[in-house]
Design a protein around this ligand. Structure first.
Ligand SMILES: [Zn+2]
Ligand SMILES: [Zn+2]
Length: 352
C-alpha cells in the first residue's frame, strides 16, 4: 500500500486515520484519488465537489461518500450484504474491526485493476456477509459461493482466532488473510473458470482438476491431514485439500506479497543485498508496480524483503513475518496468478 500524508501539515497518516496525529485535522479518505482530504462540517472539498463523511464513521470508517451515489455510506459499505443487527453492539464492534481489513482489501483490488462489481450491480458479483457466530449463536462458516463471501466476525477476537490457528496447525491466521483467500475463490470463478478457455487448462495443469468432489476431499483432509511431502508442491497444508483451495491459498499469498512489497517501496525502503548476506550484490529497490515485470523479478525482490522482515520480527521477539517457503512448484502457481491478475487489469478502476 502507498504512504499517505495529511493534506494540511504533510505528516504521515495511516490508511485507517480519522484525524491527523500531528495537526489534529479531521480527515477523510477519497478512494478514487487514494488520498486524504480535510473534512469540515462533515464534508470534504474534492476539486469543488462536496464529498461527505461515511455514515459508518462513528465506528471507524474514514472513507468519503461520492455525492452522485445519493447514498449515506461509502463504496466499501456497498459490498456488504449482511451484517449484525443494530441491536447487537458487540457484533457491530467486531464489524468495525473487520471493515478496516475489508477496506484494505478493496484498496488493493482497485489498485491491481481487478474487476470490482458488487452484487447490487450484477448477479453473482462480489458480496460480503459479515456475521458473528458468537453474538448470533449460529455457526458461521467462512467461505465463498457464487460471489458471496461469508466471514465469521468472531475471528476478529484474538483468542478465538489464535485458538483455531493452533488447533489447525497453521503458521499464520488473520482476518485480512481470510479476505484475501476467499476473494481468490471469487476471482478464480470469474477470471479462470471460463469453459473451454486455455487458461482453465493451464490452471488444471498447475493446481489439479477442480471437478474433483469437494465434499470427498474435505472429508479426506480432516481425517488424514495433508500428505507428508506437502511442502514439495504446496504453500500450505490447507492448500492440499482441493484444487480450489490451492488456488485460493496462492491467490492470498500473491496479495500478501504484492501489498507488502508496495508498502516497502512506498516507505522508501532500499535493500543492500550485501548487508543481508555476506556476499556482494547490488542494492535493490522494491517497485511500486510489478504488473509488467516477469514473475522471477517479483520473487527475487520478495526473497530479499521477506528475509529482512523475518529478521526484524525476530529482533522484536516475534516469529517470522512470512513463515512460508516458496519452492519452484509454488512459484509457477504464483506466476500463473500474476498473469491472471495482469490480464484482468482494466484502465478505469473505481469501487462502485
Ligand atoms: Zn496534519
Ligand atoms: Zn464507509
Amino acid at each position: 500500500m502507498r504512504s499517505f500524508g495529511c493534506p494540511r501539515c504533510r505528516a504521515a497518516v495511516s490508511f485507517e486515520a480519522l484525524t491527523c496525529p500531528v495537526c489534529g485535522a479531521r480527515l477523510g479518505y477519497h478512494p478514487p484519488d487514494a488520498q486524504f482530504y480535510v473534512v469540515q462540517d462533515k464534508v470534504a472539498d474534492v476539486g469543488g465537489i462536496a464529498w461527505s463523511e461515511c455514515g459508518n464513521r462513528s465506528w471507524g470508517c474514514n472513507w468519503l461518500v461520492d455525492p452522485v451515489t445519493g447514498r449515506s455510506t461509502c463504496a466499501a459499505a456497498t459490498f456488504v450484504r449482511k451484517r449484525p443487527e443494530a441491536s447487537d453492539p458487540v457484533g457491530l464492534d467486531k464489524l468495525a474491526d473487520t471493515m478496516q481489513w475489508l477496506r484494505r482489501l478493496l484498496y488493493q483490488l482497485q489498485h491491481l485493476g481487478l474487476p470490482m462489481q458488487t452484487y447490487r450491480q450484477k448477479d453473482g458479483a462480489l458480496a460480503f456477509d459479515l456475521l458473528s457466530s458468537i453474538t448470533s449463536g449460529q455457526p458461521v462458516t467462512i467461505g465463498h459461493a457464487n460471489g458471496v463471501i461469508q466471514i465469521d466476525l468472531a475471528e476478529s477476537l484474538d483468542d478465538q482466532r489464535e485458538r483455531l490457528r493452533i488447533r489447525l496447525g497453521e503458521p499464520y491466521r488473520t482476518m485480512l488473510g481470510h479476505l484475501r483467500h476467499e476473494v481468490g475463490h471469487y476471482y478464480q470463478s470469474i477470471l479462470v473458470e471460463q469453459p473451454g478457455g486455455a487458461r482453465l487448462e493451464q490452471c488444471r495443469d498447475l493446481f489439479g482438476d477442480e471437478r474433483t468432489s469437494y465434499s470427498d476431499e474435505i472429508a479426506r483432509h480432516y481425517k488424514f491431514g495433508a500428505p507428508q511431502d506437502w511442502r514439495e508442491s504446496y504453500i500450505s497444508e490447507y492448500a492440499t485439500m482441493h484444487p480450489w483451495e490451492d488456488f485460493a491459498e496462492c491467490f492470498a499469498h500473491y496479495l500478501h506479497i504484492s501489498d507488502t512489497m508496495e508498502t516497502a517501496a512506498a516507505s522508501g525502503m532500499m535493500l543492500s543485498t550485501q548487508r543481508i548476506n555476506d556476499y556482494a550484490g547490488p542494492a535493490i529497490s522494491p517497485r511500486f508496480d510489478y504488473s509488467a515485470e516477469p514473475f522471477e523479478t517479483v520473487l527475487s525482490d520478495w526473497d530479499w524483503l521477506q528475509t529482512f522482515f523475518n529478521r526484524i520480527n525476530r529482533s522484536m521477539g516475534k516469529k517470522d513475518l512470512y513463515p512460508f517457503e516458496i519452492n519452484d512448484v509454488v512459484a509457477r502457481k504464483l506466476a500463473f496468478i500474476h498473469q491472471v491478475v495482469a490480464s484482468a487489469q482494466s484502465p478505469v478502476q473505481q469501487p462502485a
